[in-house]
Design a protein around this ligand. Structure first.
Ligand code: NAD
Ligand code: UGA
Length: 458
């Protein structure tokens, strides 16, 4: 079969895999190859056991893989055979040298740029899919155009806005697709190529275009705004706990103002995930770089409140459990950073588990999809940790349950059965406010929701 377009994606992660799978399903006339330096990851993409859990993804991969979607480790060949190249490699927070703990680590991204430069034999459109500091495209162009040969490269910015757990839905029906380009003749031509690809399934009014710099910055600012809402509601949850107000009632009243809106106002143990923290820290770093210290401080506050919220959860547990957690058996319901994913990157559960172990508690972790990652996250840490698939068995003989991930599974358990198997007095700390607190209280639990009055039998 001959294809109208040959597309490459470098980086087969949480973004590269699902994004290209949906692209392949919506554009059967395009041949799409996804490459990665990690052969184990590519093997998993080519197997029945995909490297990530994402609702609906298995189905799409089954329909497209081997038809117009291919996974490979042959990066040079991929670069040579494809004229449109998405780059979705990881851009974590730097852990060393200048900017450690704040700036984006661009080494993976830069190596990719150099590989494209080294292996390209014809002109290419190179599309930044990774989240990058504003002005990174400039550096990409400098690398790609560092020789005088006849090959030309157009760099576009096309940040990804999918959220894990809803990636397929977000990709199939995005709020918007953003494409940044230069306003030059070739920049506009390249932009049109990408607009036409998305137009296969995304309505035209949802495909927006801008300068490359606005596009790069919009991505980081979107994440900063989303995280800011969570820190705002979490900050108020602490005030609710002091004043007997109820955070759910406050969020409902505030969110019904249509200028504010109801979404992303769920109080929690704090946001996790691989991106919010890193992207805000990157924004803070950028602001400081430009001497905008007040702006940097403002955004840094979002991260500080998130740290505070996680620590506050532990402090509340300590206070409620007679100021000692030593030798207490604590069952963690959930380890993923949010429901419907196995991803645990930056999950607040990691922090909470470590802190509980520091306090010499014994922890039992249950999660429907994240136990493998949880094991890796806690490997080598001193303390008593068990991983148990069945949530009923996990809670058996425990003093308390801490709900850390909002899996539907945990909403629908038989809490009478669970209570009967626990040590008394038994308590529940609902870090996600997903349980029927009154019902749990009536069963006999002491219940400690987030941002709501506690229900105790003392
Ligand atoms: P990931 O770590 O899951 O995947 C990145 C992949 O790139 C890895 O498999 C890695 O082996 C590969 N890679 C690194 N260097 C390479 C190279 N030189 N050549 C080939 N492959 C290479 O990361 P992710 O979660 O998919 O995120 C990728 C980017 O997308 C980041 O910039 C992130 O901020 C952004 N983003 C992520 C999400 C998300 O939900 N995870 C959403 C939107 C945007
Ligand atoms: C987030 C953004 O929502 C995506 O648009 C973006 O593309 C992505 O980051 C990225 O750049 O990586 P994601 O981190 O996958 O997506 O998931 P979210 O739904 O945003 O949740 C992030 C964290 O906030 C989770 O820990 C979640 O539990 C928490 N959260 C979310 C709350 O605590 N309260 C809320 O009301 C909403």
């Amino acid at each position: 079969m001959t294809f109208k377009k040959n597309i490459l994606c470098i980086g087969a992660g949480y973004v590269g895999g699902p994004t290209m799978a949906v692209l392949a399903s919506k554009c059967p006339h395009c041949r799409i190859t996804v490459v990665d330096i990690n052969p184990a990851r590519i093997d998993e993409w080519n197997s029945d056991e995909l490297p990530i859990y994402e609702p609906g993804l298995d189905d799409i991969i089954r329909k497209t893989r081997g038809r117009n979607l291919f996974f490979s480790t042959d990066i040079p060949r991929g670069i040579q055979e494809n004229d449109i190249i998405f780059v979705s490699v990881n851009t974590p927070t730097k852990t060393f040298g200048v900017g450690a703990g704040m700036a984006a680590d661009l080494q993976f991204w830069e190596k990719t740029a150099r590989q494209i430069f080294q292996y390209a034999r014809s002109s290419k459109i190179v599309i930044e899919k990774s989240t990058l500091p504003v002005k990174t495209a400039q550096a990409m162009e400098n690398i790609l155009n560092s020789s005088n040969n006849a090959i030309s490269f157009d760099v576009l910015s096309n940040p990804e806005f999918l959220a894990e757990g809803t990636a397929v839905r977000d990709l199939e029906n995005p709020d918007r697709v953003l494409i940044g380009s230069h306003e030059t003749e070739s920049g506009l031509k390249a932009r049109k190529v990408l607009v036409d690809i998305y137009a296969n399934w995304v309505p035209h009014e949802k495909i927006i275009t801008s300068s490359i710099w606005s596009s790069e910055l919009s991505k980081i600012v979107s994440n900063a705004f989303l995280a800011q809402r969570i820190s705002s509601i979490n900050a108020i949850s602490s005030l609710c706990e002091k004043t007997d107000a109820d955070i759910a009632e406050v969020a409902k009243a505030v969110g019904m103002d249509n200028r504010i809106g109801p979404k992303f106002l769920n109080a929690s143990i704090g946001f996790g995930g691989s991106c919010f923290r890193k992207d805000i820290l990157n924004l803070v770093y950028l602001c400081r770089h430009y001497g905008l210290n007040e702006v940097a401080d403002y955004w840094e506050g979002v991260v500080k409140i998130n740290e505070y919220q996680k620590e506050r959860f532990i402090r509340n547990m300590m206070t409620a459990m007679f100021n000692t957690l030593a030798d207490k058996k604590i069952c963690l319901y959930g380890f993923a950073f949010k429901a419907n994913t196995g991803d645990t990157r930056e999950s607040p559960a990691i922090f909470i588990a470590r802190r509980l172990l520091e306090e010499k508690a014994e922890i039992i972790i249950t999660d429907p999809k994240a136990l493998k990652n949880a094991r890796a996250d806690l490997a080598g840490i001193d303390g008593r940790v068990a991983f148990v698939e069945d949530p009923y068995k996990a809670a058996e003989g425990c003093h308390t349950i801490a709900v850390l991930t909002e899996w539907d599974l945990f909403r629908n358990l038989d809490y009478q059965k669970i209570f009967d198997r626990m040590i008394k007095p038994a308590s529940i700390f609902d870090g996600r406010n997903i349980l029927d607190h009154r019902r749990c209280f009536e069963i006999g639990f002491n219940v400690f929701p987030t941002g709501k009055p506690a229900l105790t039998h003392f």
